[in-house]
Every structure is written in structure tokens, then in C-alpha cells.
Write a protein that binds this ligand. Structure first.
Ligand code: NAP
Length: 333
């Protein structure tokens, strides 16, 4: 019998979540059944989509249950195995309950090869966010050389990869982010052509027009809201709008109203397409291989914000909504 700590959803948030929506508990883990493994969790990914799972609403992933643990992507080390596929000491990625140790079915786990990249990269650039950037930009955005690509949430886990892939495809890349530190990093370290601070810029429409003198060919939208209204006002004929995320709206209690965008889409023969990374599941191995290759060739770089301490999971998650992360937000257990 082993004891562990777990974090549960104590109540469903209304609007922006607070620490009161989470609770830490002590639990006793059950013994291993056939095909199960005991894992010591090492890192957890916190992701904006988790906010949607805190509501009781139909979506592409089921809601979390109140008084039950939050689940999310994680990396852990196997400390006991009752599965033929894994042995003690293996480092794996999986979907884990927020707990310090877990007993879990081994089938969906993926063994990690740390020769390719540091283990945390498998939660970021070589995980769900990297694949989201890869498929959203290449399969929906379909960049051509010299296209102007605008990315909101540009300094985050997905945005930072989108911008670099767009540069590899010889596009002009314009990022939008929320702090001077992020602006400097995107310009100096990631060589974005222009970066706009949406928090200090009082006329975003003009800022985008100035940064994109030839208009916007691809808009990779991670945030939605008024930032997107301003970008979409500047799209070109045959523009592609890749609807990846709408974090600016995730805490809205009511349906927010904005300008009617259909006339712009219509008169510019534009495409706006939403997607979930899982739509591309059959192509994941292609995406991982290509991303790993670019990392190996030093063509892609990554940033992470790693917060230490299992008990910091709620704070790290909440930090996504105030831009506390640069690159991928991760918690080290
Ligand atoms: P992230 O960008 O690493 O973190 C969230 C960032 O959003 C924050 O750092 C903050 O940066 C920005 N933000 C927060 N509230 C905002 C607001 N009200 N207005 C503008 N910006 C705001 O997150 P991520 O994991 O890369 O995800 C980015 C987006 O893609 C999210 O919307 C997520 O839901 C979505 N996503 C979609 C898929 C899919 O399959 N479609 C997969 C992964 C992620 P600033 O400092 O710049 O404000």
C-alpha cells in the first residue's frame, strides 16, 4: 500500500478560476492489477483546454467530475510494472490524474526516448502543442513563401512553434503577445519580423496594418476576442484563418458579442477553419518525425516555464490566463 497526494476539482469555476476551485487530498493507492503500472509522476503539462473541462458542458473531451482528480498530460517514471510492455525505470508520457504517484493501465502510455530531446519536450514541442502548431499551420494555413502570417498568443507553447515553422517556410511572421519580455524574445531569439504588444497598443487595427503592409495571408488564432477582430479586419484575398484557440473567451460566462465577420470573409474569399489536433491523429508520426528532425538540425528551438512543486499545479494553470508563461507551462512534481 502506498500513499500519494492528488488534486481534485473542488467546484466548477464561474468565470476566471481561483485556488478555491481545487483541493489537495491524501489517498492510498490500490495494488497493481494485470496490465497496470505504478508511476511516480515527474512533470505535468497545464493547458488552456483544461478550463473547458471544468465546465459541465458537452465538448470534444468530457468534463472533469467535481471531487475527482483533474487529468492532464504528464511524464513519469515507472516504479513497478505488471505489464509486459514496460519495466521499472522506464520514463513514459501519459494522461495522468494530478497525483504524485498513480496506478494506471499501461496500454496508452508512450515510452520516451530522451536521446531525441529533453523529457519535458514531449509535453511541448514534441507533444500536443507542437503537433497543433505543425498541423494547424501546414495543413490548414498552407503557407506559401512570402505570405504574411500573423500569430496571436505568439510566445506560448503553440505560438512559438507556429512562428518558427512559418519562418522555415519563408513567410513574413508577425506575432502578437502580452509583455515586453515576450516581444523582445520573439524578435531577438526567434527572429519574428514584427511583434505587437496587445496590452500596450491602443489601436491594434492600425498596429496590424503597419506591421503587415501587404495585408494578412494567414492568421493563426490562439486567443480570439478583440485581438482577432483587429487581425481579421486586415486579411487579404484568399486568406486562411486557422482557428486554434480562443483563450480570451474561455472564462466568459455569457456568449460574447463582436463585429459580424462574415462580410469580410465573404468579400475576401477567405477560409476560417477550426480544428482539434486529434483530427490529425493518423498523421501524428509524420508530425513528430519532422519536428524532431528540425530540432536535431537546430532549425527549431523551444522555451519552457517550469514551476517547481506538485502543489503549484493550480497556480501554474491559472497563470496561463494572465500570461505568466513563456513557451510551454510545465509543473515539476
Ligand atoms: P499558451 O499560449 O502557452 O498559454 C496561454 C497564453 O495565452 C498566455 O501565456 C497569454 O499570453 C495568452 N492569453 C491569456 N489570456 C489572454 C487574453 N485574454 N487575451 C490574449 N491572450 C491571452 O497556451 P498554448 O498551450 O500554446 O495554447 C494556445 C491556444 O491554443 C489556446 O487557446 C489553446 O486552447 C489552443 N490550443 C488548441 C489546440 C487544438 O487542438 N485546437 C491544441 C492546443 C492548444 P500573453 O502574455 O501573450 O497574453
Amino acid at each position: 500500500m502506498m500513499n500519494a497526494q492528488q488534486i481534485v476539482l473542488a467546484s466548477r469555476p464561474k468565470g476566471l478560476p481561483t485556488n478555491d476551485n481545487f483541493r489537495t487530498e491524501s489517498i492510498t493507492l490500490p495494488g497493481l492489477q494485470n496490465g497496470e503500472v505504478l508511476i511516480k509522476t515527474k512533470y505535468f503539462s497545464v493547458d488552456p483546454y483544461m478550463r473547458g473541462r471544468m465546465n459541465y458542458a458537452k465538448s470534444y473531451t468530457p468534463p472533469y467530475n467535481v471531487n475527482a482528480p483533474i487529468y492532464g498530460g504528464g511524464i513519469g517514471e515507472i516504479i513497478e510494472s505488471n505489464s509486459d510492455n514496460f519495466k521499472k525505470g522506464d520514463v513514459v508520457r501519459g494522461n495522468f490524474p494530478w497525483a504524485t504517484e498513480v496506478v494506471i493501465d499501461a496500454k496508452p502510455l508512450m515510452k520516451i526516448d530522451t536521446n531525441i530531446a529533453p523529457e519535458t519536450y514531449f509535453l511541448g514541442i514534441l507533444g500536443m502543442p507542437g503537433l497543433t502548431a505543425y498541423f494547424g499551420l501546414l495543413y490548414i494555413g498552407k503557407p506559401n513563401p512570402m505570405d504574411t502570417v500573423v500569430i496571436s498568443g505568439a510566445a506560448g507553447a503553440v505560438g512559438i512553434v507556429v512562428g518558427q515553422i512559418a519562418k522555415l517556410k519563408a513567410c513574413r511572421v508577425v506575432g502578437i503577445a502580452g509583455s515586453e519580455q515576450k516581444i523582445k524574445m520573439l524578435k531577438n531569439d526567434f527572429h519574428f519580423d514584427e511583434v505587437i504588444n496587445y496590452k500596450t497598443n491602443s489601436d491594434l487595427n492600425k498596429a496590424i496594418k503597419d506591421a503587415c503592409p501587404k495585408g494578412v495571408d494567414i492568421y493563426f488564432d490562439n486567443v480570439g476576442g478583440t485581438i482577432s477582430d483587429a487581425v481579421i479586419a486586415n486579411i487579404n484575398f484568399h486568406a486562411r484563418i486557422v482557428l486554434c484557440g480562443q483563450i480570451a473567451l474561455y472564462n466568459s460566462a455569457e456568449t460574447p458579442m463582436g463585429p459580424r465577420l462574415q462580410p469580410i470573409l465573404l468579400t475576401r474569399s477567405a477560409l476560417m477553419q477550426g480544428f482539434i489536433v486529434g483530427d490529425f491523429q493518423n498523421f501524428f508520426s509524420e508530425g513528430i518525425e519532422q519536428l524532431a528532425q528540425w530540432i536535431k538540425e537546430n532549425k527549431l528551438w523551444y522555451k519552457e516555464t517550469i514551476i517547481e512543486g506538485f502543489d503549484k499545479l493550480p497556480d501554474a494553470f491559472l497563470g496561463l490566463f494572465s500570461g505568466k508563461n513563456i513557451g510551454k507551462m510545465i509543473v515539476k512534481v
